[in-house]
Ligand binder design. Structure first.
Ligand code: BG6
Length: 492
């Protein structure tokens, strides 16, 4: 469908991300007939594996991660036929001519169309720089080539800059695609449409009418077998620096003149730059870090974080709540409360915009019955939107008020299947459309805001607050809002 043929090289080809997310996403696009003729998928890993061995692994992965009703043996075969494997080690300068030869000696594409080279770095961030350097030295990077990086990009501002510099020595900014998979989620893209393709919200979307905003990303999962990575990261780096701040940007940004490759990112950047910097005292007052202890999740007993990772001395947080402020004309004085955690009571990502009380209470006996209007934007699961309002309860005995809601459920409104975030994002890479990817300045602005929190936490003697697995986080997270006379809106 107008897409150029592509050599899609995945570093970390035998890794979890590649097998669980990337190949199933490519499979779905294959099923739809969207992968251009002549496209190849080249898995690169340190594993000694020939093409057949890797094809076998890919086939297994598809059978595990694609639902039975979406598994079409014919499409599986077509995808697997595109797959190759190359054994290479990013730490080792030897052997890169093999990649050069494999990319060069390929069957001609009908019509002689140029083949776009994509290099997807599904590997440890410490290897981003060295891998790009080797790609450059091997002479495989062309003007039309693209590199895709997974988060985390660095662990603080300085290391993020170093990664960006190293990658930037080989690829120019237009060739660099930094993935934040939250931007590929249907409901997250719909946020832009909700705000800017409708007229009634935008006039209310400011400090005059909005009391505060809440953004929650709660997970029931623990750290699984990612303990090694997670323990050096923690929830602030793993989720807040990227996903939650990106959601905040989409809620808070000004309307761009059109949806273009730079316009949306320009507006998001302005929001990040308007985040109120935190002093050490602000950090103490406006942030809460937590860590799960043993508990019950979905009826099953689960161990504590420190037992999960086998490191009792760890001071890593698995939960964060932050009170942020966007210092600009539109949002001055409106708190943005963010929270995210692992091993919580449920898997739920949601944005809640809480409007102010009506200026005058004209109905008698309404105290305790009305609550402010709230727009709940459900990111996952069960994508949808719910607007909480107040209505008159039917009856002859005078006016009685009752909270009601207007509901939009994706599942009942649309019949189309909702694609996984990676499907959209991988196609955007092949298409060369960077709109939904993070630009260097955004990543660095996000680190600039996060870094004082990291530093204060490192210096502060107190440890993360405990919360039993299967709950909504430490009580201090509730106190953070109660102090402001507010509470977390738990959606039913
Ligand atoms: C990843 C984090 O970026 O996002 C994980 O590294 C987290 O720790 C995941 O579990 C959550 O993504 P999703 O799409 O399941 O909400």
């Amino acid at each position: 469908a107008g897409l150029p043929p592509c050599d899609f090289t995945v570093f970390g080809g035998t890794g979890d991300l590649a097998l669980r997310k990337l190949l199933p996403a490519l499979y779905q696009r294959e099923l739809e007939g969207q992968l251009p003729a002549g496209t190849r998928i080249i898995g690169v890993s340190r594993t000694e594996l020939d093409d057949d061995g890797y094809r076998h692994a890919v086939r297994e992965a598809l059978h595990t991660h694609v639902t039975a009703d979406e598994l079409d043996e014919d499409a599986v075969r077509r995808l697997v036929d595109r797959v190759r494997h190359l054994t290479l080690d990013s730490r080792d300068p030897e052997g890169w001519h093999l990649l050069h030869d494999l990319l060069k000696d390929r069957p001609q594409v009908e019509g002689g169309e140029e083949v776009v080279r994509v290099f997807y770095l599904a590997i440890a961030p410490a290897l981003f720089g060295p891998t790009c350097e080797r790609l450059g030295a091997a002479g495989v990077v062309e003007d039309s080539s693209r590199v895709v990086m997974e988060k985390p990009i660095g662990t603080d501002l300085e290391s993020a800059r170093a990664v960006n510099d190293a990658v930037g020595r080989v690829f120019c900014e237009q060739q660099i695609f930094r993935i934040d998979h939250y931007l590929g989620k249907e409901s997250v893209q719909n946020l832009l449409v909700t705000r800017f393709a409708n007229t009634f919200l935008e006039p209310l979307w400011n400090s005059r009418w909005v009391d505060h905003v809440q953004i929650t990303v709660s997970e029931t999962l623990g750290v699984g077998d990612r303990g090694g990575y997670y323990d050096t990261s923690g929830a602030l780096r793993d989720m807040v620096q990227n996903h939650l701040l990106q959601l905040l940007c989409l809620v808070a940004m000004e309307p761009p003149t059109y949806v273009g490759r730079e316009t949306v990112r320009d507006e998001k950047l302005k929001v990040l730059q308007a985040l109120k910097p935190m002093s050490p005292e602000d950090v103490d007052r406006s942030t809460v870090r937590g860590r799960y202890t043993a508990g019950l999740v979905d009826g099953a007993a689960v161990p504590s974080y420190t037992d999960d990772i086998g490191h009792p001395g760890s001071s890593t947080e698995t939960f964060v709540a932050v009170r942020a402020e966007v210092q600009n004309w539109r949002w001055a004085g409106v708190p943005f409360y963010l929270r995210t955690g692992k091993r919580m009571d449920r898997r739920m990502s949601e944005i809640v915009v809480v409007f102010k009380e009506p200026p005058h209470a004209m109905f008698p006996h309404s105290e305790g019955v009305t609550s402010p209007n709230r727009l709940h934007i459900q990111v996952q699961p069960d994508e949808g939107m719910r607007l909480h309002m107040t209505a008159k309860e039917p009856g002859p005995g005078g006016i009685r008020l009752r909270p009601v809601s207007l509901d939009l459920s994706y599942a009942t409104t649309f019949t189309q299947r909702s694609p996984d975030a990676y499907e959209r994002l991988l196609m955007d890479v092949i298409r060369g459309n960077p709109t939904l990817f993070m630009r260097r300045d955004e990543v660095e602005a996000a680190w600039t805001w996060v870094e004082p929190i990291l530093r204060r936490w490192q210096a502060a003697p107190d440890r993360p607050k405990r919360y039993p697995a299967g709950t909504s986080g430490p009580t201090a997270a509730a106190t953070l809002l109660e102090r402001d006379g507010r509470h977390w809106q738990e959606s039913e």
